[in-house]
Structures are given as structure tokens and as C-alpha cells.
Write a protein that binds this ligand. Structure first.
Ligand SMILES: [Zn+2]
Length: 197
């Protein structure tokens, strides 16, 4: 083990989902098996670090001032779907189920982990409502204590605006049934039931 290799492994180990063994495997792959690929990776990292930033409207990642979704006039429907992170936004986009705009909070409130309102992209969301750009909010935040806390915080701050706020339903996964669902999912599915007749 050389100092440079050790430093590389240390950096890799800090990435999500990469443990000690994976870090070692990746480092050796890059240095021994595919050294020719290394400059490409370095260039891609540098280019991404230089050009990717947050959209000034919604907080999504973008290479322009506004992300492609915010820049698309057809998506200016007034509906704004509030999500925790960019991965959630991408999942909703892949589903093709939503054609409005988004607002990425970059986390959720958590007193235990020390995440306060000012750590999140919340003020910009309230501003979008106040300016009249957002006329309906759809909260697509997770179904846990922190997601709940974030929804409550938002509702507390939005009372005078009169903007309709809905929260996405949490039900059974497609292709699954009551038998295999955990208690929290079943509770949410019952609470989120819709009229069927
Ligand atoms: Zn945007």
C-alpha cells in the first residue's frame, strides 16, 4: 500500500454505499486493471464539479441558471411537487405521472440529526407560493417521522395563502397485496383510501 493509494481509498470509502473492500476493489480497478480510464474519470469529475449547480427556481441540479423542467413553459402549470432530493425528482420524472414543476428541499427536517429549516431549501418554496407562481403544492415527502415533521412545518407556514396542499398517498406496491405489506404501509394505505363508487 502506497500513501497515494491509501489516500485514494480513503476518499472512495467516503462515498455512499462504498465500504472498505469496495474502496480497495475500485482503487485497484482504476490503477491496475483499467489505468487508461482514469483520465476520463478525472475529467468527468472536474467537469461535473465545475458546471453542475442548483436551479435558482427549484433546487434541482442544472447546468444553466434554470433546470430544463423550470425552463419548459409547458410545465408552468402552477402545480409544484415538493420532494426531498434530486433522486426522488428523477424517480417521479421516470414515472411520467407528473407534468408540473418541482421543488427540491435537499433533505427533511430532523431535530435528531440536527437538520433545521434553514438547512433546507424551504424559504424559496414559500417565496414561490407568495409570488403566485406555485398555486398548488403536492407534498411527495417520505412516510416517516421526519417527512411528517417537514409537512407539518410547511403547513404551519402556509396558512394565509389559501394554496391547496395535498400529500401523495402511500399504499401497497404494485403487484403486491395486503399480506406482504408492513404495518406502516397498511396504515397509510387505509388512511389514503379513495372513494370507489
Ligand atoms: Zn428548476
Amino acid at each position: 500500500m502506497t500513501p497515494a493509494l491509501e489516500a485514494l481509498q480513503k476518499q472512495l470509502k467516503q462515498l455512499p454505499g462504498v465500504g472498505y473492500r469496495s474502496a480497495e476493489r475500485i482503487a485497484l480497478h482504476l490503477l491496475v486493471e483499467k489505468p487508461g480510464k482514469l483520465p476520463e474519470l478525472v475529467n468527468a469529475l472536474q467537469a461535473a464539479a465545475k458546471s453542475v449547480r442548483r436551479c435558482v427556481v427549484c433546487g434541482n441540479l442544472s447546468e444553466e441558471e434554470q433546470c430544463p423542467i423550470c425552463a419548459d413553459e409547458r410545465r408552468r402549470t402552477g402545480q409544484v411537487c415538493v420532494v426531498e432530493n434530486v433522486q426522488d425528482l428523477a424517480a417521479l420524472e421516470r414515472s411520467g405521472a407528473f407534468r408540473g414543476r418541482y421543488h427540491v428541499l435537499h433533505g427533511k427536517l430532523s431535530p435528531i440529526r440536527g437538520v433545521a429549516p434553514e438547512d433546507l431549501n424551504l424559504a424559496a418554496l414559500l417565496q414561490r407560493v407568495e409570488s403566485g407562481e406555485a398555486t398548488e403544492l403536492i407534498l411527495a415527502l417520505s412516510n416517516d417521522v421526519e417527512g411528517e415533521a417537514t409537512c407539518h412545518y410547511l403547513l404551519d407556514r402556509l396558512p394565509k395563502t389559501g394554496v391547496p396542499v395535498t400529500r401523495i398517498g402511500f399504499g401497497l406496491p404494485s403487484g403486491s397485496g395486503v399480506l406482504y405489506a408492513d404495518a406502516v404501509t397498511l396504515k397509510s394505505a387505509l388512511e389514503g383510501r379513495r372513494t370507489y363508487s
